[in-house]
Design a protein around this ligand. Structure first.
Ligand code: ADP
Ligand code: MG
Length: 637
């Protein structure tokens, strides 16, 4: 029988170090945080071999008194906490008092420090847990710490280290986060004697973003600030045209501390919903300021995750403020045509590219050569028709409804069409807004268009004063239905068609359970469901607006979404996803022939849409080929 024994302290230290110190970047992070806590205005970092051979950090902070040097290396020794209560009111980056102890257990450390008010400083060395004598040190005020041969006494750990370039990359990321969180700090990073970064104190946040991520991102930045309040969100987000294939350029900070949070990344992405294609990620640098007692920073060994007391308020703040900022921005999509025949790729197709600002597109939706759009190409502009100031037109579903079952309408409202603004941001956004006044069909405002023609039963080609507009009929109708549904649900005016005889639908067990679990949300969407027994559910109503498709098809489309694992945490967002799914299902499809009347109607509704540029999934709804650019392409001018 194995006997239980108390582990010796040097083993305990190594175990603790394993949690905190994974690689050179972890050492750099802990030391930088100490320098920031010490009130430093300048920090110089020097590395050799990605930090595996040497990490040297020099700061001009408050220093450590000679008599405290030894203590600084002990476990759970800190100047930042006095009592357990302080744990819930943290104003410093560090507070556990274990970083120096952990580092000293797995590297050879020299700590030199001099508080500015003292004439002389002192030096202490620690080699894998063994201490030297305290020696006088005559350096300048502040602290200088060197860590050599990381993991020299833990060979297994050393084996896990990656290439020098990779380790340097991790350090660089750590420095980036710290530099963004402390925009008045002077920072330098040197590697093997070469200067990697020099960030002067005068470089503000936008300058720092440019320094780390390039001028293209800087030009695309939109500043935001929720203003003072119990919680504040400020920082920069980027134009959706600067999207990326991963979420790495989504930086979150709370009270000056970088952190990772799936929930808030989701909120951020949600704010861009409809502006990004699936699988694309927005870029943003978001700074939260919250009362220290409303966030627990002591939930993760490396403090890279936090827990908010009120998660959903923070979620709503991020989503609401970012979304409002995007609505205020001018994100008019622009289409680019190639300037010269040589720009036409093999296969004869024209390399149309689309962008939302007059910059080269990095990864265009239309270019077969991703990321190679030329600055010299002619911009084709896609723009909105001016929104008429007149009241809205009367409304019927875009296509004739099948005169099906007798209906009871609950609640009964006069059908109208309206541009919508999400409830969370409607107050902060000054958008034209049409009142719910139904008008007879013949009062439709005249369309600012000439002839409109459906081609391939999929696109509507339209003459417009500036050129030729090509509209994706499905994407546009999807957007219109989505906005109509959203607005009506928000106003409690969703018109519902009741089935005289509820429709029994048999589903796989998992789907039936998901439907019943989401009963309340589905009712809000006009889909009333109840249990019938076994895996059969009864559908007894559906939104009248979606009556083009059989009710069970609409329900099935939302079921497919309900059973996915990645469901959003906030009900409002879930409803929004379901709305988009339903709108997509019910909208006219590519391949559906439209009558001239239906085309005209769709174009009217387009002028009233809040965002007529994108379908709810982010695809563009229309492209404009301007007369001028057509003339140019045909060498008329
Ligand atoms: P923590 O930061 O959690 O307190 P550390 O082990 O990182 O724990 O540091 C222990 C103590 O050493 C700190 O509380 C602080 O008083 C002191 N210290 C460490 N680094 C510095 C520094 N660069 N400047 C001034 N004091 C420091
Ligand atoms: Mg610390």
């Amino acid at each position: 029988m194995p006997r239980i024994q108390q582990l010796p302290s040097h083993v305990i230290t190594k175990i603790a170090a394993g949690e905190v110190i994974e690689r050179p970047a972890s050492v750099v992070k802990e030391l930088l945080e100490n320098s920031v806590d010490a009130g430093s205005t300048r920090i110089d970092i020097e590395l050799e071999q990605g930090g595996t051979e040497l990490i040297r950090i020099v700061d001009d902070g408050c220093g450590i008194a000679a008599e405290d040097l030894r203590l600084a290396f002990s476990s759970h020794a800190t100047s930042k906490l006095q009592s357990a209560d302080d744990l819930f009111n943290i104003h410093t980056m560090g507070f556990r008092g274990e970083a120096l102890a952990s580092i000293a257990g797995i590297g050879q450390v020299v700590l030199q420090s001099r508080p500015p008010e003292q004439e002389n400083g002192a030096e202490l060395r620690c080699d894998g847990g063994d201490f030297s004598e305290l020696r006088p040190w005559g350096g300048s005020p502040g602290t200088r710490i060197e860590v050599r041969h990381l993991f020299y006494n833990v060979p297994v750990r050393k084996k896990f280290l990656k290439s020098i370039a990779t380790e340097l990359g991790h350090v660089s990321e750590t420095v980036t986060r710290l530099a963004l969180a402390n925009p008045t700090l002077h920072l330098t990073l040197r590697h093997n004697g070469k200067l990697v970064y020099e960030i002067p104190a005068t470089a503000g946040l936008a300058d720092r973003i440019q320094l780390f991520f390039g001028g293209e991102i800087r030009d695309a930045l939109l500043e935001l600030d929720s203003g003072p309040g119990p919680m504040r969100l400020s920082g920069f987000i980027a134009d959706p045209a600067e999207d990326r294939g991963n979420a790495k350029l989504q930086y979150l900070f709370v009270n000056g501390r970088w952190f990772r949070d799936r929930n808030l990344s989701h909120a951020f992405q949600e704010a861009y919903r409809g502006l990004l294609m699936t699988g694309r990620y927005a870029v943003g640098f978001l700074f939260l300021e919250v009362p220290p007692d409303s966030v627990d920073v002591n939930v993760h060994p490396t403090k890279s995750e936090v827990r908010f007391r009120d998660n959903s308020s923070v979620y709503s703040l991020v989503r609401g403020v970012v979304k409002a900022r995007l609505l205020k921005a001018n994100l008019v999509p622009k289409l680019q045509a190639p300037a010269t025949p040589s720009d036409i790729p093999e296969g004869g197709e024209t390399a149309w590219t689309m962008r939302t600002t007059p910059r080269p597109t990095r990864e265009s939706l239309f270019s077969p050569r991703r990321g190679e759009a030329e600055e010299t190409t002619t911009p084709w502009e896609v723009r909105e028709y001016p929104v008429p100031a007149s009241p809205p037109i009367s409304q019927r579903p875009i296509l004739p409804q099948p005169a099906t079952l007798p209906t009871t309408v609950t609640p009964t409202v006069s059908p109208t069409v309206e541009p919508t603004i999400p409830a969370s941001v409607s107050d902060s956004v000054n958008k034209p807004h049409c009142a719910d006044v139904p008008l007879p069909q013949w009062d439709l405002p005249p369309l600012p268009v000439g002839a409109a023609l459906q081609v391939h039963n999929a696109y509507i080609v339209l003459e417009d004063t500036d050129g030729m507009l090509v509209i994706d009929q499905h994407a546009l109708h999807e957007r219109i239905l989505y906005e109509q549904l959203r607005r009506r649900i928000r106003d409690g005016k969703l018109e519902v068609q009741r089935l005289l005889i509820p429709e029994p639908i048999e589903l796989p067990a998992e789907q039936a359970a998901a439907v019943i679990a989401a009963q309340a949300e589905l009712t809000e969407l006009g889909l009333e469901v109840s249990e019938f027994g076994g895996n059969t559910i009864l559908l007894s109503s559906y939104p009248t607006l979606l009556s083009r498709r059989p009710p069970y098809e609409i329900l099935q489309s939302v079921i497919d979404y309900l059973v996915t694992k990645d469901r959003p945490p906030v009900k409002e967002v879930l409803l929004d996803h379901l709305l988009a799914t339903m709108a997509c299902k019910a909208a006219v499809k590519a391949g559906d022939p439209l009558t001239q009347e239906e085309i005209t109607y769709l174009l009217h509704l387009r002028t009233l849409a809040e965002d007529s540029h994108h379908c709810p999934h982010g695809r563009p709804t229309s492209l404009l080929f301007s007369r001028k650019d057509l003339d140019k392409q045909f060498k008329r001018i």
